[in-house]
Design a protein around this ligand. Structure first.
Ligand code: VG1
Ligand code: CO
Length: 548
C-alpha cells in the first residue's frame, strides 16, 4: 500500500563547486557539513538520473567520519524521491569494489559510495560522494557533468521527515514507501571472488605453515573483508591481517597503500624473517600494494605480471580479451599484450574510462600506476581481488614474489617507473607551470637530452573507441626515441591547492641493469623533467612530497 509521504521540500541556494573530480566529489568534512551541501548534491544526482521512482540503489561507504550521518540523510532523500529499494551495507560499510559487485548482482539502477578513498579522514579530514551506474562502474563523464550542471542551478531538495534507520543489523525496514535492506557487506563479494580464484589451492598454501602473509587494512574498509576472506575462509592465521578494525579517522593515517604511507607494513616486509607476501589496501578498498619478502612490486609491473600469468587463474584461464592501462601507467603491460596477441588500450587517468571497454567485451584486465588493478568481474579497481590474484599465482607456481617479478623482467625487459607528487602547490603557480609547458611543447620535439631525443610531445587526448566521446587535456606527455617518457598532470582528487604529478619511465633490457634501484635508473630523466618544466622554481619545493 502506498503511504502518503511525510516529505519536506527544502528551499536552498545552489553551490557552485560541486564538480566531481577523478573519482566523485571530494571535499573536506567541514565543506560537506555546510547546511544543505550534501543534500543538494544528492538531490542533483536524483534529478540527473530521472528521479528515484521504482529504482533500486545501493548505498555504502568506507566507514570514515560522517559516513553514518550521511547514510541517514541520503536514505531520507532517496525515500522522498520515491526510490523503491535501497540496499545498504551493514554499519553503512561497503568497499568500492563490493558496491560494484552488489549493483551488478542485483541489477540495481546504480549506487552511491561515500568515500574520499586514500585521503585522510576524521573531523579535519576529507569526505566524498561518488555515483555509480548500473554496470557497477563510476558514472561516465557525461553523467558527472550533468550532475554538476544540475547542482549549479538546483533550488530545492526533498527529504523525508522520519527517524533514523537501524543500519547495524541485517534486515529490512520501511522508510516511507522505500524498502531499506541492510545487507551483509562481505558475502556477495566473497561469493564472486570464490568463483574466480582457486580458493582450495590458496588455502592449502596459507595453512601449510610454510607460507606467511601480512595484509594491512590500514584501519580502513578492507578490515572486515580481509578477515572474512583470508582468515575465516582461507584459513590464514589471525595475525595475517593487521589494522583490521575500521576507524573513522583511519587511526590518524593516510589510508594510502604505498611505501610512504603504509610504512608499518613496509617495516614488517623489509625486516629479517619477513613474511613471504605482504599487501595493503586503501580507504575504500579499491587499491592494492603488493610486496614480497624484502621486495616491492610496482603497480604497473603487477598489472603486466597478472596479464602474463592469467592462465594460472581459473576465472581467466579460458582467455583474456584485452588489457587497458591509464596513460601515466608504465607500458609494461603493453609488451605482454603484444606477446599474447591481444589489444592494449591507453585511457586517461580514472577508472571510469575502463567501463565502456569492459562492457563492450574489449578488455578483461586493467590497471593504473596508482596502486589500482582490476578486471571485468566488477567495474571498479579491486584491492582484495588483486591480493587473491597474486596469492593464486604464488600458490600455483610455488615461486617467491621476487622470483616471479625478476623472471618477468628477464622475459619482457623492465619498465623503470616512478611517480613524484608535489602536494599542496599554490593553484596559480601550478597552472603557470602548465601554461609554460604548453607553449614549450612544439619546440621540444627533436631536442636532445643526454643520449635521448624527444620524438613526440602532446597533451593527451582520448577518444573512447566505444561511444566516441572525447576527453581532452589529460596530461602532458614528452616521449623520447628510446620509449622513455615524462608525463605531467594535475591531480583531480586532492582537496588542498593543486597537486602536481610527475611520472617518469624508461625501458631497459640490459641484464646487467635490470636490478638497479628505480630512482637511480631514472635519475637522468628526473633531472630532465625539472629542467624542462622548472618544477622547483614553480612549486617552490626542493623535492616531491611523496615518491611512489
Ligand atoms: C588518483 C590516481 C588515479 C585514481 C584516482 C582515484 O587520481 O592518480 O589513478 O584513479 O586517484 O583513486 P588523481 O586525479 O589524484 O591523480 V581512489 O582509490 O581514489 O578513488
Ligand atoms: Co580508493
Amino acid at each position: 500500500m502506498t503511504k502518503t509521504l511525510n516529505a519536506q521540500i527544502i528551499d536552498c541556494q545552489p553551490f557552485q563547486d560541486q564538480k566531481p573530480g577523478t573519482s566523485g566529489l571530494r571535499k573536506s568534512v567541514s565543506a560537506f557539513k555546510v547546511p544543505h551541501y550534501l543534500e543538494t548534491f544528492v538531490q542533483s544526482i536524483m534529478d540527473t538520473i530521472g528521479g528515484g521512482q521504482g529504482k533500486t540503489l545501493v548505498l555504502g561507504g568506507d566507514g570514515r567520519y560522517f559516513n553514518r550521518e550521511a547514510i541517514q540523510i541520503i536514505l531520507k532523500i532517496a525515500a522522498a524521491n520515491g526510490v523503491a529499494v535501497v540496499k545498504v551495507g551493514k554499519h553503512g560499510i561497503l568497499s568500492t569494489p563490493a558496491t560494484s559487485a552488489v549493483i551488478r548482482k542485483y541489477k540495481a539502477f546504480g549506487g552511491i559510495i561515500l568515500s574520499a578513498s586514500h585521503n585522510p579522514g576524521g573531523p579535519n579530514g576529507d569526505f566524498g560522494v561518488k555515483y555509480n551506474v548500473e554496470s557497477g562502474g563510476p558514472a561516465p563523464e557525461k553523467v558527472t557533468e550533468a550532475i554538476y550542471a544540475t547542482s549549479k542551478t538546483i533550488t530545492q531538495y526533498r527529504i523525508l521527515n522520519a527517524p533514523n534507520v537501524d543500519i547495524d543489523n541485517v534486515g529490512t525496514h520501511e522508510l516511507g514507501n522505500t524498502k531499506v535492506e541492510i545487507i551483509d557487506s562481505v558475502s556477495d563479494y566473497l561469493e564472486l571472488l570464490e568463483s574466480l580464484f582457486d580458493f582450495a589451492k590458496i588455502g592449502t598454501m596459507l595453512t601449510s605453515g610454510k607460507f606467511r602473509m601480512c595484509f594491512d587494512a590500514m584501519h580502513a574498509v578492507t578490515g572486515p573483508y580481509g578477515k572474512a576472506i583470508f582468515v575465516d575462509t582461507l584459513g590464514a592465521p589471525p595475525d595475517s591481517v593487521r589494522a583490521e578494525v575500521p576507524l573513522e579517522d583511519f587511526g590518524g593515517g593516510h589510508p594510502d597503500p604505498n611505501l610512504t604511507y603504509a610504512h608499518e607494513l613496509v617495516e614488517i616486509m623489509f625486516a629479517k624473517n619477513a613474511p613471504d607476501f605482504g599487501a595493503a589496501s586503501d580507504g575504500d578498498g579499491d587499491r592494492n600494494m603488493i610486496l614480497g619478502s624484502n621486495f616491492f612490486v610496482t603497480p604497473s609491473d603487477s598489472l603486466a605480471i597478472m596479464a602474463a600469468n592469467y592462465k594460472l587463474i581459473p576465472g581467466y584461464a579460458s582467455g583474456i580479451s584485452g588489457v587497458a592501462r591509464s596513460m601515466p601507467t608504465s607500458a609494461a603491460v603493453d609488451r605482454v599484450a603484444k606477446n599474447l596477441g591481444i589489444p592494449c588500450y591507453e585511457t586517461p587517468t580514472g577508472w571510469k574510462f575502463f567501463g565502456n571497454l569492459m562492457d563492450a567485451g574489449r578488455v578483461t584486465l586493467c590497471g593504473e600506476e596508482s596502486f589500482g588493478t582490476g578486471s571485468n568481474h566488477v567495474r571498479e579497481k579491486d584491492g582484495i581481488w588483486a591480493v587473491l590474484f597474486w596469492l593464486n599465482i604464488l600458490a600455483a607456481t610455488g615461486k617467491s614474489v621476487e622470483a616471479i617479478v625478476k623472471d618477468h623482467w628477464r622475459t619482457y625487459g623492465r619498465n623503470f617507473y616512478a611517480r613524484h607528487d608535489y602536494e599542496n602547490v599554490v593553484t596559480e603557480k601550478a597552472h603557470a607551470l602548465f601554461d609554460r609547458l604548453h607553449e614549450l611543447l612544439p619546440s621540444l620535439v627533436g631536442k636532445e637530452y643526454g643520449n635521448r631525443k624527444i620524438s613526440l610531445t602532446d597533451d593527451f587526448s582520448y577518444t573512447d573507441p566505444v561511444d566516441k566521446s572525447v576527453s581532452k587535456n589529460q596530461g602532458i606527455r614528452i616521449i623520447f626515441d628510446d620509449d622513455a617518457r615524462i608525463v605531467f598532470r594535475l591531480s583531480g582528487t586532492g582537496t588542498k591547492g593543486a597537486t602536481l604529478r610527475l611520472y617518469v619511465e624508461s625501458y631497459e633490457t640490459d641484464e646487467a641493469r635490470l636490478h638497479l634501484d628505480a630512482q637511480e635508473a631514472l635519475s637522468d630523466l628526473i633531472t630532465t623533467a625539472d629542467e624542462i618544466a622548472e618544477i622547483r622554481k614553480h612549486t617552490g619545493m626542493d623535492r616531491p612530497s611523496v615518491i611512489t
